[in-house]
Design a protein around this ligand. Sequence first.
Ligand code: NAD
Length: 449
Amino acid sequence: MPTILNPATEEPLADLESAGVEETDAAIAAAKRAFSSWRIVAPADRARLLRRLATLVEEHAEELARIESRNVGKPISGARGEVAMVAQVFHFYAGAVDKHHGATIPVAGGEALTFHEPLGVVGLIVPWNFPLNIASWKLGPALACGNTVVLKPAELTPLSALRLAELALDAGIPEGVVNVVVGAGSVVGQRLVEHPDVAKIGFTGSTEVGRQVMAGAAATVKRVTLELGGKSANVVFADADLERAAAAAPYAVFDNAGQDCCARSRILVQRSVYDEFLDSLVTATANVKVGDPALDDTEMGPLVSAAHRETVAGFVEGEPRFRGEVPDGPGFWFPCTLVEAGNDDRIAREEVFGPIATVIPFEDEAHAVRLANETPYGLSGSIWTRDGARALRVVRAVEAGVLSVNSNSSVRVSTPFGGFKQSGFGRELGLEALAGYSEVKSVFLSTEA
Ligand code: NAD
């Protein structure tokens, strides 16, 4: 494993040994052993353990937020919000344990019953941008349904997952139920995908690796859910509250330094207000506070690594419309950048995963919808308009899993989250996530005398 660095200072945080196939197999075996007793824990007891974990996350919130902020380089205010959500996720799924039950179905000659059975050992593979948050979105429903898990954090950001595994034990969740294996995607991740004792892979990451996961899972007909990349549109109509839309738009891209699958990195603006909106957008972007992630009022930190900064920088050709300031000295900084481009240009087609927004004009509603949908991705997006009927028409027409009207917001604990098209399939969060971590069994009981 490479030394774990603080991306804001380039100081080392930890040196961890990388697990190999043997350690991964041992974790899978531990999860398999634990499954037989975990699956029959009484629902109220399983709920109590999840609730206890939620409470421990709340009690250790500042510690977890600091770990996440230092390891990812994300502003502490954002990290605090993410940790608060992790606790909410465990509370939510604690409450769902005894509500995810089957049905009785009247049929000829008897009665039919359905049961929601756990899958067994599930492999959870997560990225580096929201390490703990995304892990919780999978752990919550997986554990609530009675599965045991092997969680593989991203190579660059394993620290919060390791701490969470300790808290799970402190909460009383039995040994072997939550296992964390730190190592390379091509070794640990691939082994989880291929291992016959792993029943399902819950994956969040790039579309490219998602394809490999899906192909690898085919050999054992593993269940897969894939939360992949995005290239979402922020559609601003002339009849919108332009001031509000322009003030919000930077945060739909520059939050988490653009390392956000939901980043609305294509800002589509109706031509009649394009110049006016762009001026306000530049002013709002210039006001984004970039700097030390440990400070309470910092809004954007550095990128996660030097290599990632190089990739992001490779997207900018020529002089951008706006380039912000970054701190001097060490750290993988990249400025907030606004680029005017066409929807077919590489910068508007590929996921940059950095603080670059592309601004693109459109003529009318039909044109806006066409541009929004001209992408292989379909994760997220926003529509800004004061016309309620238009808002409804456009949200129905845009091919994406998570949309918001007059807001940047994508994620809520109780609402389903996931992609259309090459942004993946399956849903996390909400009660919908439970379907991805259970199997429906149908049983017929004859009532013949
Ligand atoms: P990545 O695909 O490179 O890695 C994701 C995880 O997969 C890591 O843990 C990695 O070690 C592992 N991995 C790599 N190769 C593997 C293999 N062959 N088999 C199994 N596992 C393997 O993604 P990343 O760079 O960590 O994260 C950024 C990407 O994640 C972006 O594309 C972003 O859009 C996406 N993302 C999606 C969502 C969503 O919910 N849709 C959320 C966050 C991030």
